[in-house]
Design a protein around this ligand. Sequence first.
Ligand SMILES: Cc1cc2nc3c(=O)[nH]c(=O)nc-3n(C[C@H](O)[C@H](O)[C@H](O)COP(=O)(O)OP(=O)(O)OC[C@H]3O[C@@H](n4cnc5c(N)ncnc54)[C@H](O)[C@@H]3O)c2cc1C
Length: 417
Amino acid sequence: MKSAAARQYDIAIIGGGLVGASLACALAPLGLKIALAEAVPFKASSQPSYDDRTLALSASSCQILKGLGIWPLLQDNATLIREIHVRELDRPGRVLLSAGELGLDGFGHVVEARVFGAAVMGILPDIENLDILCPASIVSIEPGEDGARIVLDQDGEQEQIEARLVVGADGAHSFIRESLGIESESYDYQQTAVICNITPEHAHQGRAFECFTPSGPFAVMPHVQGRCGLIWCVHTDDADALLDLPDDEFLYAAQQRFGDALGAFVKVGQRSSYALRLVKAHEDIRPGVVIMGNAAHAIHPVGAQGFNLGLRDAAVLAEVLHDEISSGNERPIGSIEVLRRYSQWRAPDHQGTIAQSDGLARLFANPSPLAAAVRTAGLFAHALLPPLRRQLAVKAMGFRGRIPRLALGESLEIEQV
Ligand SMILES: Cc1cc2nc3c(=O)[nH]c(=O)nc-3n(C[C@H](O)[C@H](O)[C@H](O)COP(=O)(O)OP(=O)(O)OC[C@H]3O[C@@H](n4cnc5c(N)ncnc54)[C@H](O)[C@@H]3O)c2cc1C
């Protein structure tokens, strides 16, 4: 892997979306030379990662983001989730998760993806050892003995870079995953999420609502300035009609589905939509390569876990590399022994979170009476048994299995000797 023309890096992150940009911040204290290549300009209205979506960030994610220095730029536009109300449309059984009941302030915060994008753009340019290559799209990757060579397209010009470790954070259609022939399985839920902001008549008071329907969840998240983020999953065949409804008819339809817990819905913002698919890679490491975030696992938004899961990927990789560098080992950072520690650590969280979101999405879409009985029994069990509610809350807060140090409020500074 030698080329006079290629720029040399320790780590090249491909994809500067929610996960790739967070990883760049997490790696900043390690003293490594990093390239971050992102295809779409960060401020472009077409930026796919930093759009109008409201993201529910778990308590562990908020803690990680504090450690990355991103949280101070988000907190004024973040809304605390104090209660989560769960029910199934037209069926009995309701679960109320109350942070107060568990002695907590909240379960996490809601932040707009666009606000997140503005925050990371405020931080990334100040990271000394980071080159931001944007807009730059990867066109080829050639793995070598101690890293990989990458060709990027920047405004029609091709540039080569070489890195000891390449991280594919390039989303569900990951070029890195496909180019390396990493197999993945995918499942089309035949559901489309229609998202928008709505303003209800009454204050949300930090309450989040998730109503399961046969076509997927209808979720209302507390947001700033009295607004709420709406995620309405419908059968894909019905999505266009919902997107095209005049505002007053859309508000009426949403109200019919939601009920009057927040009074009348009085205003709706711009609507957009996302087809929902599960994508699950069969491997997340190769020598000199890691794939993470949506590139490794794109999941159904039920339970709002996708970015939370990817952020934990970033926190764990940064910690594994931190410990490797601090240990004084001579091993290359992209060696499979180092990366295996990352992959083994992440596996239980990946499996658990994917199984939960996929299981819920399929169970609530299942029309059989047996599945309906299981759902109702599950809701009643959670409503009646505080230990089950506590377990659910701990998972919703992103504390699963071995917790990365950043999520415990510890830093990853390298100690100078
Ligand atoms: C409707 C909906 C609601 C959601 N709500 C939540 C929520 O409340 N909480 C939560 O935790 N998660 C939520 N998610 C999931 C969350 O959006 C994803 O988990 C998250 O976007 C994954 O981030 P990522 O950086 O891995 O991928 P992406 O966001 O897809 O970013 C990938 C980046 O890579 C870039 N890229 C792609 N190809 C290339 C290339 N060839 N070269 C260079 N760059 C490239 C793209 O431009 C993009 O910026 C939701 C998802 C949906 C669809």
